[in-house]
Design a protein around this ligand. Structure first.
Ligand code: HEC
Length: 238
């Protein structure tokens, strides 16, 4: 009899939780945990109101709880259960508080657009520097001087690379310059990380902007050296 008074509310709470957590997502998007918590709190409040409608029902509801917590006349397993509750409950609250306030070492979830759209004035530019062996060599020389500390031998593994997140682009990988048109690469070199639009998280990129140090034709030469050194071809629409 004692048990049955508490059994119904507990079953109700568990039932509501299971429905919200597992049944509902079959039909719509899953609910956020905070919303499930809110619904459970409302359910609990409803149960409290129902159980305390009359003095009799209040007594029937809280009687067993008080009897259990006061520990009067308890023996054996009941005594142990009470002790366990009295110890575990504060620990649980403490742990929960710790978890929710302690700083975490996980990086915040972010979704960085790696190749955001370039500004209009850079779209469709073509490389004005003739693709001669001399120009490619000159580009590779400039690359070695200015870019290799981070981008290494075109593979993004320069001596300074480890310090940066996002890491310096690996041009040998098919996911970087091989996907891009020369005009796009020109924009990225000229304007660097600070030139990225908001969705590119400019404040996270260590890529310098080279428009001050390098003249345009030097940048175009570097681009040719870069593609040649990485054994990639710029993307074209033909
Ligand atoms: C201080 C380190 C550093 C130096 C020096 C540096 N870069 Fe970068 N670069 C980065 C980082 C980090 C990224 C990746 C983040 C980003 O896209 O902005 C990057 C990205 C790029 C990209 C974009 C690739 C893509 O897939 O979008 C190009 C192109 C590039 N660098 C070219 C150069 C060239 C050319 C030079 C030399 C003139 C150079 N970088 C020098 C750090 C550097």
């Amino acid at each position: 009899m004692k048990g049955s008074v508490l059994l119904k509310p507990i079953l109700l709470l568990v039932g509501v939780y299971l429905v919200l957590k597992f049944v509902l997502p079959l039909f719509t998007a899953p609910l956020p945990a905070s919303l499930i918590f809110l619904y459970l709190a409302l359910t609990a409040a409803g149960i409290m109101i129902f159980e305390t409608l009359s003095g009799q029902s209040t007594e029937a509801f809280f009687g067993p709880i008080f009897a259990f917590l006061s520990g009067k006349g308890q023996t054996g397993p009941m005594k142990a259960a009470r002790l366990a509750v009295l110890i575990l409950f504060p620990l649980l609250v403490g742990w929960q508080t710790y978890i929710s306030t302690a700083p975490s070492d996980q990086p915040p979830a972010e979704n960085r657009t790696i190749h955001p759209a370039p500004p209009g004035e850079f779209v469709g530019l073509s490389n004005p520097v003739p693709n001669t062996p001399e120009n490619v060599m000159a580009g590779k020389g400039l690359f070695a001087a200015f870019c290799s500390p981070c981008h290494g031998k075109f593979d993004g593994k320069g001596p300074a690379a480890k310090g940066f997140n996002p890491p310096p682009a690996d041009f040998v990988d098919s996911g970087t310059i091989a996907q891009l048109q020369e005009s796009y690469v020109f924009w990225r070199i000229k304007k660097g990380g600070v030139g990225l639009p908001v969705e590119g998280m400019p404040w996270k990129s260590a890529m310098p902007r080279w428009e001050v140090e390098l003249k345009d034709d030097q940048i175009w030469k570097i681009i040719m050296g870069e593609y040649d050194g990485a054994h990639q071809k710029p993307r074209t629409w033909e």
